[in-house]
Design a protein around this ligand. Sequence first.
Ligand SMILES: [Fe+2]
Ligand SMILES: [Fe+2]
Length: 183
Amino acid sequence: MDTKRISATLEEALSTQMNVELFQSHTYLSYGIWATDKGYDGIGNFLMRHSLEERNHAIKFMQYVLNRGGKPTVSALKGAEGDPQNLTDCFNRVFKHEVENTEKIYNLVNMAFEEKDWATWNFLQWFVKEQIEEETLAMDLIDKLKIAGGDRATDESLFNLDKDLGKAEDDAELARNANSENP
Ligand SMILES: [Fe+2]
Ligand SMILES: [Fe+2]
């Protein structure tokens, strides 16, 4: 008896997304190594923690496809793109990666909608929410660096930024958690 509860098209698309998340993990790991090597240990730590988070996203896609009776495939990972030029470039790239990933998630949501696969549609809503958080986090990085003085930041303000990010929350503050006492 065929117990598969997902179409071949969605099975493949979600499997591809698993690999996209693995690539994101790879990319942030390479940025983390770059930052640590430059002496920004806090930022490096932040990026490496983020790399782990992306791997967890990949595992969520893997588990979902398996749960629906499908089988995801791990494809060969392309190597991470080269090192960022500087911190501004690094954070801009993080933001760009997140926006591109959001577009990929939206595309999957569309596919699930068209197939009326509500289980997959519902599964993907977690990622829709998560991407709001990821984009906010990336925007915060860009803002923090701007406030510190951007590429012309003094050693002291970069030192403080690095220290802050080393122990920063991994989650951004979002509107959904806000209330009148804690806007
Ligand atoms: Fe992700
Ligand atoms: Fe992400």
